[in-house]
Structures are given as C-alpha cells and as structure tokens.
Ligand binder design. Structure first.
Ligand code: ADP
Length: 497
C-alpha cells in the first residue's frame, strides 16, 4: 500500500523533508541547516555536497523516524531554492565549482554590460524576466568568463548545468537523468516562455553553450525513478517546481486572478494569470507556474527583497526586540506609528521599483518617536511593500483581487495580517497548513501518480485558519499609503559612485 507522498524542500538555508498523507496532512518532518559561504561582499555560494548530503539525510531520517518503508511512498515531489546555479562533470558527477546562490550579486558587472548593449527589451520579451544578477543566466556567463578552459569542456559535452532540482534528480538517479521542470527553467534567463523551449538567442546573448542544458519536463507526472540503493527500493519522482511556484500550487491558486504572498526573509507574491503569458508593464516578472496535462499556467511575480528580514534587523542590528514575535506586542502597544515610515531598502528595492541604488531610511522622526513606533513602522513597511506589488498586479492583469492567500513565518503576526488587510482593502486568508511549499510539491507528485485524482480533489483540502477583513476606512488606508509612497521616493537613488 502506498499511503504517503514525500516532499523534498531544498531551501536556501536548510533542506527539509516532509511526508504527507492522503488528507494532505504532514505525518513527519525533518530539517537540516547547511553552510552559507560568502567568498566576497555580495557573493553567496553553497557547496553542492552540502546541498545533497543534507537533503539525503532528512529524506532518510523522516522515513526512519516515522517508521515508514519506502514501499509505502507513492511518489517524491521536489521543490527548491530557485535560480541557484550548479555545474558538474558528466562523467564523474564532480562539481566544477560551488553553487552560485540566487542572492549572489557576483554578475552585477555582466548585467551592466547587457544594459549598455540595449538588449533588455528583447530579453524581457523572450524570458518574461529582466536584467538582474538574481537569475541563473548571468551567473553562468560569469562562470564561463572566469573559469579557464570551462567553455571548451562544456562545448565537448563534458559539463552539465542545473538548478538545484536538476542536481538533486541527477544524484537521486545516480546520474541517469539530467532534467529540470519548466517552472525552474523559466528562471534561468535562457528559456523562451512562449515557445516553451531553450532559446538559442538567449544562449548566444549570454555566451552559454547549449550542450550543458538539461531536458525540460512537466511539473507533474513520473519523470524519473530513484536509484534503488538510496531508499532500498526505487520511488518515482513525479513532481518538481521552484519554491514559489510550488507554494502557489500548494495554496490552490488554480484559477486566473488567484494570488498568494509568502512572508519570509523577503516577500514573494505570485498571481495565476492563466494559460497565456502576459508581460508586465509595471515592474513584475512573468514566469511559468507549472505545466502538466498539456496545459501551461503562467504567473505574474513580484519579489520584495526585505520583509521578515527587517524584523531580524530590529532584533540583531538595533537589538530593540529579543524575538521576532515580540514585534507584535511592541507594535500594538502604540495606537499608530506616530507618523514614522520605515523603508527597508537595505539591498535596494525589488518589485516594482527595481532600484539597486535605493537604501533604507526612517522618516517622520520627532522627539516623541519611540522604539515602539519604529517597530510598528517596520511591520507596516512589509504591508506597504506588498501593496506596491499588488497594485502593479492589478494594473497588469486588470483583476481586482478578492482575497490574498498568505503563508510564511511572518504571517504568525496577527497585527501585520490585520494591517495588511487594511492597507490592501482586501481580505487576507491564512490557511491552517503553513508548509505550502512542500505541500505544493507533494500535490504535484501525488497528482502525477494518481495518488490524488484531480486538482479539484486537492482544492477541497485547503482549510482556513483565519480571515482578516479590512477594518480601516478606505480614506485612512489611502492616506497612510500615500505617506509610504512619499517615503519610498526619498529612499531612491541614494547610492552614488
Ligand atoms: P525563510 O523561509 O525566508 O527563511 P520563514 O518563512 O521561515 O522565512 O520566516 C522567517 C522570517 O519571518 C524571519 O525573517 C522573521 O524575522 C520573520 N518572522 C517570524 N515570526 C515573526 C513575527 N511573529 N512577526 C514578524 N516577523 C516574524
């Protein structure tokens, strides 16, 4: 009897494995952090061996500790930190270099060069993305320009490229499968989201040899079998998606116009826009959500770099709170932020501004300002940034959202959730299950092997924990938001050479 689906969630700071039963409930969970490597300011790497070993450990441990035999696992679903770039040798599996992590700004110079070449519009049309070191493509350009002899070896077919999903599957199949799913492919800057294939034009623009690319597969359906030596029996791999796409699937955003926002270190909002890609005119990305059963679902995406991380900064930088959860007590001890706005542009601003030169500020300070006001303003900034992105989505899609589904660590903060509903003037819905990323991967895998029959069956499992309805008047909400826009304006273009 196959009673479970195993989700492998390979994140930026930890690897997790969660077993889900047929009701979509977690019956066992393991997590292991791994090493972050910072070779130079702004550059972030992972050792591929750390990624693989931590992921393998948690997968084996969750089965052992839950006393569940591999034969009772119907399928494995994989979800992963996106854009992180790996290269390894086809013959030996040996990594050529460390994984270049999505956060790394190492390819900033290459991005500046592309901007000067005036290719941004063409790049956007093909990939739905924009020029930023965030995506895999320019990381590859950088690797090919800095590692001697790499290009020649790659052209001879000796080198393989993959995002983390590809690498894990290559390892799980003992080198038999070199594949990636379409949602991950759509984050590389090398993929034509209209034709749904690797783009020769982008490969040429970025100087990337075609021979290194994995085969692109659907997000749901059996695509590989694990090597029997790993779990004692082979298990089908039947679901793959990048973490934010998986969370969107796990939040059951199956209809065009449905959106989810994940409140973690940063915020990632994705809106399902249906079966046709549409390019944003308001600073958002167009990305592939998932593809299976002959149907491709596209999403608009807004990435906010600093959200929960602003609360970490209050804790570790300013030391005015001891735990993130304390931010709620302090924020609600004052009736408002006392006119203070805080713009957490610590690493510039992401969507919809994409301003790398912006920096953080607190404005509206008076002799009456207290740390409580500042804490409140920091929490409010998360909600304001989300409104910036949602407004852009509304403008791009012409859809006014009926509800926003939320997940991630900072959604534990009820003050933030209520303020979010007030500032959006839209209901905010928090589900019982917060592990939506892993759950989305499990759902894709379970659908792929018939463990679950249909998306409809899965949709019925989504259960509300709490709904936050707007309580603030529209006039008050607009007034506060206008103040935010003025503050953001002042944070922009701050860094000068
Ligand atoms: P990630 O997956 O990006 O590491 P998580 O979803 O685990 O993020 O959420 C952790 C983030 O949420 C941290 O940045 C933390 O500061 C923030 N956070 C956690 N609890 C709260 C809270 N009660 N109020 C506000 N922020 C919180």
């Amino acid at each position: 009897m196959s009673d479970y689906v195993l989700a492998l969630d390979q994140g930026t700071t930890s690897s997790r494995a969660i077993l889900f039963d047929h009701d979509g409930r977690s019956v066992g969970q393991e997590q292991q952090e791994f090493r972050q490597i910072y070779p130079s300011p702004g550059h972030v790497e992972h050792d591929p061996a750390d990624i693989w070993e931590s992921q393998l450990n948690v997968a084996k441990n969750v089965l052992r500790r839950s006393r569940i035999e591999a034969s009772r696992v119907a399928a494995i679903g994989i979800t992963n930190q996106r854009e992180t770039t790996l290269l390894w040798e086809r013959d030996t599996g040996k990594p050529v270099c460390n994984a270049v992590v999505w956060q790394s700004r190492i390819s900033t110079g290459i991005c500046q060069r592309l901007e000067q070449q005036g290719v941004e519009q063409r790049l956007r049309e093909i990939t739905g993305l924009l020029i930023d070191p965030y995506f895999s493509g320019t990381k590859l350009t950088w690797l090919f320009e800095t590692i001697e002899g790499l290009r020649e070896r790659a052209e001879r077919g000796e080198i393989l490229f993959g995002t983390v999903d590809s690498y894990l599957i290559w390892k799980l199949t003992d080198g038999k499968k070199h594949i990636t799913d379409i949602s991950n492919a759509s984050r590389t800057l090398l993929f034509d989201i209209h034709q749904q294939q690797w783009s020769d034009e982008m490969l040429e623009m970025l100087g990337v040899p075609r021979a290194i690319l994995p085969e692109v597969v659907d997000s749901s359906g059996i695509v590989a079998e694990t090597d029997p030596a790993i779990f004692g029996k082979s298990i089908p791999i039947a679901g793959i998606a990048g973490d934010q796409q998986a969370a969107t699937f796990g939040q059951i955003c199956y209809e065009p116009g449905m959106a989810k926002n994940t409140y973690g270190t940063g915020c990632f909002m994705l809106m399902n826009i249906g079966e046709e890609p549409r390019l944003s005119e308001n600073g958002l990305l167009t990305t592939i959500g998932w593809r299976f059963g002959g149907k491709t679902t596209y999403c608009l995406e807004g990435a906010i770099f600093i959200a929960g991380a602003a609360i970490q900064w209050l804790r570790d930088g300013l030391k005015i709170i001891a735990h993130a959860s304390e931010s709620e007590t302090l924020a609600t001890s004052v009736s408002d932020s006392g006119g203070v706005y805080f713009v957490p542009a610590f690493v510039g601003l992401g969507a919809p501004y994409w301003d790398a030169e912006a920096r953080g500020l607190a404005i509206g300070l008076t002799r009456g300002t207290t740390s409580e006001h500042l804490v409140r303003a920091a929490l409010e900034s998360i909600a304001y940034q989300t409104r910036d992105v949602l407004s852009a989505m509304n403008r791009d899609s012409g859809i006014n959202l009926a509800e926003l589904r939320v997940d991630g660590g900072a959604t534990a903060n009820n003050f933030l959730m209520q303020f979010q509903a007030d500032i959006l003037q839209t209901a905010v819905h928090r589900p019982v299950i917060q592990e939506t990323t892993a759950l989305g991967a499990a759902y894709l895998a379970g659908l792929g092997v018939g463990f679950w029959e249909s998306q409809q069956e899965i949709a019925a499992k989504w259960t509300l924990d709490q709904a936050f309805q707007p309580q603030m008047s529209t006039a008050d909400s607009e007034k506060k938001y206008t103040g935010w826009l003025r503050a953001v304006d002042r944070s922009r273009n701050w860094v000068v050479e």
